[in-house]
Design a protein around this ligand. Structure first.
Ligand SMILES: [Zn+2]
Length: 394
């Protein structure tokens, strides 16, 4: 009925408009998250490696902005609420992973991108079950439920998952933390994943779905593990084979850990490695021409201030061993990157990526989208004892 009433010319016009919109949108999106990376962390990395006049790769990106980081119940967010905001466009309570404050699951940009056929990937230097990667790939009440998170990560049918955290995929009998005796590495292999645990094995992989878990818990970020930039390059190589495009999240997960310890040198090493990973993303984006790259943080860690010591050298001053409540930077490059300028909120990042692709993040009605319901369904019962065994640092 509806179609018969529309003039053919109008249909052509609509097609033209939709095609124009579709062409403007980038085929691929790579979101880089430096956990705990505030303005002072970037400045400290720049000054101590390149001098005051130097520029890190991140700092050369053409579009810049900022976002506010508070969570639903605190001025100072933790990484779970921060990542939920970045992944799902929803503010939640600290320690909650991709659920609203009233306990409803909220859809992440990774899950949303699957509904339009995108290949998806997550890469981190910490455990893949830690808060930031978890927010893109699972929904749990408390971030410590890492065995449950690992199970959900297989259910979400992600194409590339790389980092540490192998213990959460293995049963207690195999030195793992799972009390339910499931071996998720075997289950992943049975689902068609190529499971790798060393850099050498990863080097041999050129296509397919990949689960790469290079340490029992978070990575050492030292050889013989693959570096963050090597994992990023490999993830892009694999995901870019999908003709529908891809969504990839890459986390520099230990900028935060060293900042918690107020260890400037360690923090700078992690940030420089993160900057190299961003360089891999930008180099692909520059050649490809159809990739949006966004770099940001979930919060600032350490309350870092840069002062000058008596000799005029960099004299860092930390105000806390925890997180602070200040704004964090956003950098962007590629098609639609101009959307990521000005002062934003942490919830705006995935909403903007979703808007670019015409998909919705956050609360949704499962009946609207059966494919999404499928992608976020939880098959496994949460095992309380497993989570207790796995309870780890924040
Ligand atoms: Zn932290």
């Amino acid at each position: 009925m509806f179609m018969r009433r529309i003039q053919p010319l109008f249909v052509f016009l609509l097609l033209f408009v939709f095609t124009a919109i579709a062409c403007a949108a980038p085929k691929n999106v790579i979101l880089f998250i430096g956990d705990g990376m505030g303005h002072a962390h970037i400045a400290a990395a720049r000054i101590s490696t390149l001098g005051q006049g130097g520029r890190l790769t991140i700092e050369k990106m053409p579009v810049t902005g900022m976002h506010t980081t508070h969570s639903a119940n605190a001025l100072v967010t933790d990484s779970a609420a921060g990542a939920t905001a970045l992944a799902c466009g929803v503010k939640t309570n600290n320690y909650t992973v991709s659920k609203s404050p009233d306990g409803r699951r909220v859809r992440s940009i990774l899950e949303a991108s699957r509904t339009i056929g995108k290949a998806t990937g997550v890469v981190t230097t910490t455990s893949v079950t830690d808060a930031t990667p978890a927010a893109f790939t699972s929904h749990v009440d408390e971030r410590g439920m890492q065995p449950e998170i690992a199970g959900q990560q297989l259910d979400v049918n992600i194409d590339v998952l790389m980092g540490g955290g192998r213990a959460y995929f293995l049963p207690e009998g195999d030195d793992g933390y799972r009390s339910d005796s499931r071996n998720l590495l075997s289950e992943a292999a049975a689902k068609g994943y190529i499971v790798v645990t060393t850099a050498e094995e990863l080097n041999k992989v050129n296509s397919g779905r990949v689960l790469g878990l290079f340490a029992m818990e978070k990575l050492t970020t030292q050889s013989p593990e693959p570096s963050l930039s090597e994992m990023t390059k490999k993830a892009i190589q694999i995901l870019s084979q999908d003709t529908d495009g891809f969504f990839l999240m890459v986390e520099g997960g230990q900028i935060d850990s060293y900042a918690h310890r107020n260890d400037l040198d360690g923090m700078v090493r992690q940030l420089i490695e993160f900057d190299k990973a961003v360089a891999e993303g930008l180099s692909f984006a520059q050649q490809n021409g159809d990739t949006l790259v966004v770099v940001t943080a979930d919060h600032e860690t350490g309350g870092l201030t840069l002062l000058s010591d008596d000799e005029g050298n960099l004299g860092p001053s930390w105000s806390t061993g925890g997180h602070s409540g200040i704004m964090v930077p956003v950098f962007a490059f590629g098609p639609e990157s101009q959307r990521f300028t000005g002062l934003m909120d942490n919830t705006d990042i995935s909403k903007k990526i979703g808007a670019v692709w015409g998909v919705k993040v956050g609360l949704f009605d499962v009946s609207d989208d059966d494919k999404t319901a499928d992608s976020v369904r939880i098959k496994h019962e949460y095992s309380k004892s497993a989570a207790v065994a796995a309870s780890s640092t924040r």
